[in-house]
Design a protein around this ligand. Structure first.
Ligand SMILES: Nc1ncnc2c1ncn2[C@@H]1O[C@H](COP(=O)(O)OP(=O)(O)OP(=O)(O)O)[C@@H](O)[C@H]1O
Length: 278
């Protein structure tokens, strides 16, 4: 696929080497190793609470690993100083679940915002770039609309145009398909693939959606039970007989993925303080 035409085959845009991540002395995921190269779409999958968002926080440097190293464009992000992290983040686009558009700005100004903040481009260059990015998401003719005048699916696409306006080398998408109707979902998935190919960037999707992500991903990583459960191409995973992978892909209610959040000492303590029965 497109990874074969990778313009930068030498160095992954994102590399996790034997990484453990968590909060305080609670470890969410251990020994995670994965890489994402330019031109690749990589899907990061796992059940609710398995640690997908935690991985994303590691990639942006919001969370330092408890063990191992996270390299962004070859640099250890946990070792970088404030200025270094800012420079790395400028080369990344992050699309959060709630696209958080500015409701007091119209569509055009929302997409123009990062250009005004981070570049010295002239007004005519800004108009050209913003219309070009809106065109890439099919919303050139919606430039003048207020945020209150566009649908939820359109708002996602505006947020996507804003995330790519600085032409990032790495884009992280947090649940890009959540809450979209089947048509918008298919359009968004194809957009992610097309933009990855056009910008030759590396794209990481955090998602539960098997069908859409398998249709566009070059590589899939699946986390669960505190570790990396499986990795491979969508075809590799589709053929897997691993019980966790099968339960996740087939959406079976019974299997190794527990419905109940596990009881922790902190919960037992809270319950005791509130007079609940164990
Ligand atoms: N700020 C935090 N402090 C302490 N624990 C946290 C924090 N954020 C997340 N967790 C815990 O880390 C674990 C993984 O959460 P995370 O949000 O990474 O899961 P997820 O796979 O993204 O889930 P979902 O698909 O439901 O969004 C959970 O047990 C959660 O309770």
């Amino acid at each position: 696929m497109s990874s074969e035409t990778d313009a930068h085959p030498g160095q992954p845009a994102l590399l996790f080497s034997d990484v453990s991540l968590g909060y305080g002395d609670f470890t969410v995921l251990s020994n995670v190793t994965m890489e994402v190269r330019r031109g690749q779409v990589v899907a990061m999958m796992g059940g609710s609470g398995s640690g997908k968002t935690t991985l994303l926080r590691g990639a942006t440097g919001q969370l330092s690993p408890q063990a191992g190293a996270i390299r962004v464009f070859g640099e250890d992000i946990a070792q970088a100083n404030g200025d270094g992290v800012r420079k790395l983040r400028q080369r990344m686009g992050v699309l959060f679940q709630q696209g958080a558009l500015f409701t007091d700005l119209n569509v055009f100004e929302n997409v123009a915002f990062p250009l005004r903040e981070h570049t010295e481009q002239t007004e005519s260059a800004i108009i050209q770039t913003v219309l070009d990015k809106l065109d890439a998401v099919g919303l050139r003719a919606a430039a003048h609309l207020k945020i209150s005048e566009i649908s939820g699916g359109m708002a996602r696409r505006v947020a996507l145009a804003r995330a790519i306006v600085l032409e990032p080398e790495l884009i992280l998408y947090d649940e890009p398909f959540a809450g979209l109707d089947p048509i918008s979902l298919g359009i968004t998935a194809q957009l992610i693939r097309t933009l990855t190919d056009r910008l030759n960037c590396a794209s990481v999707l955090i998602t539960h959606d098997v069908a859409e992500s398998f249709a566009i991903a070059d590589q899939v990583y699946m986390v669960g039970q505190g570790k990396m459960i499986a990795s491979g191409t969508p075809d590799d995973l589709s053929r897997s007989q691993d019980a966790y992978v099968r339960q996740f892909l087939d959406g079976q209610p019974d299997g190794p993925i527990a419905f109940h959040y596990p009881q922790t000492p902190a919960f037992q303590q809270w319950l005791g303080q509130h007079g609940g029965r164990p």
